[in-house]
Design a protein around this ligand. Structure first.
Ligand code: ADP
Ligand code: GN1
Ligand code: MG
Length: 375
């Protein structure tokens, strides 16, 4: 057995699962943690769990992160029970270790956690049915609404400056300057595209400092594959990947969903002719998010939704390119040039948003006019 297999089995056996561990295989398509599907068996009955080795390079304060996850999932669980929902499927549920802790540190110092596996539900990498995207908009909107009552001062900021776009731009420029892999010369066009948009990057922070854009407890990583859709009902069932819940902007939660889900191509598509912003998907998500938020967005937040979509796409493209230049050290990659392909889809999508800017604004205005605003 190699070292990583041994560590995985050590971790699998550390949690208070039902029965004996049968298998533990890599699972899902997340870019950050190492995720496994853990299958156990007791009296001929199978029990499934998600086992995750958390990314300690990305998350420096695992204790704070796990406190957030525990706090938010317990909070959501109470709300789901009050609403007569199914608390084992509508939120993540941590499985404790055999000694009653929320996470496990293995003998080599790596951190692990386990969740109940949510079965008969799917995470999509591309919208297959527009209805799914509408449902996810509604669920992310509602999620933000529910978290409005969560005590923000109890949250650890798991990644400081996570969606601080000017700070991301400075990181990007440092990666260009260092050019440790000698790759910058091949990506001059992409570098230029990003630099040309530098002036737009500080707008959200500047509106916040003028008191026009509120900080809210937000998810911060609202892509479609971070939500589980119930296979039987087609409804959004559970929002997952809670590692980045921190105070942030609603327009960025909305925008990150558009970035991923309203793209007609997958995030790592190599044929850029397939990349575009689908206005019907943009509209249906806007409707869902709006309804989910129950009009709890300010006028400025509403106006800034298209900007949120563009900024999240540009920021993500910049992060992928910075990682490509740095030698693919942050996002998991599975082929040469993977981060560059991802960067290119994002920049192509930004360009298409710019072409469709007017229409995006019209769609948002339509919903802003229908829904009541409080605040
Ligand atoms: P990452 O931060 O690496 O994206 P995620 O927490 O999003 O990690 O998990 C990766 C994938 O694992 C998800 O996209 C989803 O497919 C699957 N997954 C995570 N948690 C569960 C769960 N409780 N039940 C079923 N599948 C899950
Ligand atoms: C990462 O963890 P995952 O795969 O859901 C990243 C997001 C990016 C996304 C791009 C903690 O999300 O910020 O938008 O990849 N998460 C972190 O697909 O950096
Ligand atoms: Mg994820």
């Amino acid at each position: 057995m190699n070292n990583s297999v041994e560590r995985k089995m050590e971790a699998a056996n550390a949690f208070a699962v039902k029965g004996q561990v049968k298998s533990c295989e890599p699972y899902g398509s997340g870019h950050i943690n190492h995720t496994f599907r853990l299958l156990c068996e007791e009296n001929g009955q199978e029990y499934a769990y998600i086992l995750q080795q958390m990314n300690q390079e990305v998350f420096k304060d695992i204790e704070g992160l796990m406190k957030n996850v525990k706090g938010v999932t317990s909070f959501l669980r109470r709300q789901i029970i009050e609403n007569q929902g199914d608390p084992d499927r509508e939120t993540l549920n941590l499985v404790p270790t055999k000694s009653g802790k929320d996470y496990y540190q293995d003998s080599q110092g790596y951190f692990w956690r386990a969740y109940l596996f949510i079965s008969q539900a799917t995470c999509y990498n591309l919208v297959e049915k527009p209805e799914d995207f509408y449902q996810s908009g509604k669920a992310f909107g509602r999620f933000q609404c529910l978290l409005a009552d969560f005590p923000a001062d109890e949250l650890t900021e798991t990644i400081p400056n996570f969606h601080n776009t000017p700070s991301r731009f400075r990181d990007f420029e440092r990666a260009v300057e260092a050019d440790v892999m000698g790759r910058a010369s091949q990506v001059q066009e992409e570098i230029r595209f990003i630099r040309e948009r530098e002036k737009e990057m500080g707008l959200a922070l500047s509106l916040q400092s003028q008191g026009k854009l509120p900080l809210r407890v937000s998810h911060n990583d609202t892509k479609l594959n971070n939500i589980m859709i119930d296979d039987a009902t087609g409804q959004a069932l559970c929002i997952i990947d809670l590692d980045t819940i921190m105070p942030g902007f609603s327009i960025f939660d909305y925008g990150d969903s558009i970035r991923f889900g309203a793209n007609t191509a997958e995030e790592d598509e190599q044929d850029l002719s397939k990349v575009s912003l689908s206005l019907p998907l943009f509209e249906i998500y806007t409707k869902g998010f709006w309804e989910g938020c129950e009009g709890r967005l300010t006028e400025t937040e509403m106006e800034m939704l298209p900007y949120g979509a563009k900024m999240m796409t540009l920021e993500c493209g910049m992060r992928f390119l910075a990682d490509y230049l740095a030698g693919d050290v942050y996002f998991h990659v599975s082929r040469d040039g993977h981060n560059l392909d991802r960067c290119r889809t994002q920049l192509a999508l930004v360009a298409d948003m710019e072409r469709k800017w007017e229409e995006m604004g019209q769609i948002v205005k339509k919903y802003a006019a229908i829904h009541p605003q409080c605040q």
